[in-house]
Structures are given as C-alpha cells and as structure tokens.
Write a protein that binds this ligand. Structure first.
Ligand SMILES: [Fe+2]
Ligand SMILES: [Fe+2]
Length: 161
C-alpha cells in the first residue's frame, strides 16, 4: 500500500504529464503515435483531475482558508477539459491544431506549476502528515476507477503503461 502524501503522489503524475506534452510537441503532423500520445495524455489528465478533485480539492473546499484556491483549480480543470475535447476532434495536420495544442500546453503547465507552487503548500499547512497520507491512499484507489470511466466516456483504447 502506498504511503506517500497526496502532494508527492500528485507531483509524480505531473512529471508524467510534462513528459507527454514534450513528446507530443516534438512531433509534427498527424501520426498514429502522436494521436496515441495525445489520447493517453487526455485520459491520464482526465483521471488525474477527477481523482484530485475527489481527494485534495474536496478537502480544500471544506476549509474556509483553502476554499478559494480549490475553486480556482477546479475551474481550470473544466477549461482544460474543453481544450482537450476540441483538440481530440481536429486533424493534427491543421495549423489550428498546433495553435490550440500550444495553448493547452501553456495552460496545463501553468496549472500544475501553480498547484505545486501555491495550492499544495497552502493545503500542506492546514493538513497533518497523516491526513496527507490518507488522501494519497484515497487518490491511489480512485485514480484507476476514474481512468476506466474516462476511457468509457471518450471511447478510447487503454494504453496505460
Ligand atoms: Fe489539477
Ligand atoms: Fe494536478
């Protein structure tokens, strides 16, 4: 069983997301490999964000000191979700795809940088280490369920590594 705090666990996912974005960015045009990477990114981020909301952010929303930060991040999840849905429906050969992907990359990196620099430290101050570890465990449980749900909703292949 995992004994990581929610913060360490979420950062581990963020590293994976940064790497996937980099790989997609270094490729050009439409290819099966690039499409698969993009689909993986979308499913992975959808599951990550849902499980993050069910654990860390639901806890933050209950705390008057952290509520505002929680709401900000959840609102960004919705915007990112829309961007990813738009990209999924466009051919990668379009110049508009590249433009929109750049926006997604910029906005997503901003989102996770902000979580790591502001949201997590603020939450860390209010939570005990055992609470943070419990949330980490809960995240570990919720994420595979959310991954399966994301695959179903988006009609995508399971490409988990
Ligand atoms: Fe997030
Ligand atoms: Fe996150």
């Amino acid at each position: 069983m995992s004994n990581q705090t929610i913060f360490k666990r979420l950062k581990k996912d963020h590293e994976k997301h940064r790497e996937l974005l980099n790989r997609i960015e270094t490729m050009t045009g439409e290819s099966e490999e690039r499409r698969t990477l993009f689909n993986n990114f979308r499913t992975e981020v959808t599951a990550h964000a849902a499980a993050e909301e069910e654990t860390l952010y639901s806890t933050m929303l209950e705390d008057p000191e952290l509520r505002h930060d929680g709401q900000h991040s959840v609102a960004e999840h919705h915007e990112l979700d829309e961007l990813m849905a738009e990209l999924a429906d466009m051919p990668m050969t379009d110049a508009a795809w590249t433009q929109k992907f750049k926006k997604l990359q910029h906005d997503y990196l901003h989102h996770i940088d902000e979580e790591e620099a502001d949201m997590f430290p603020a939450a860390k101050e209010e939570l005990s280490t055992s609470e943070a570890k419990e949330l980490g465990e809960k995240f570990e449980e919720r994420k595979p369920e959310e991954y399966a749900r994301a695959l179903e909703g988006k009609d995508m292949e399971d490409n988990r590594e």
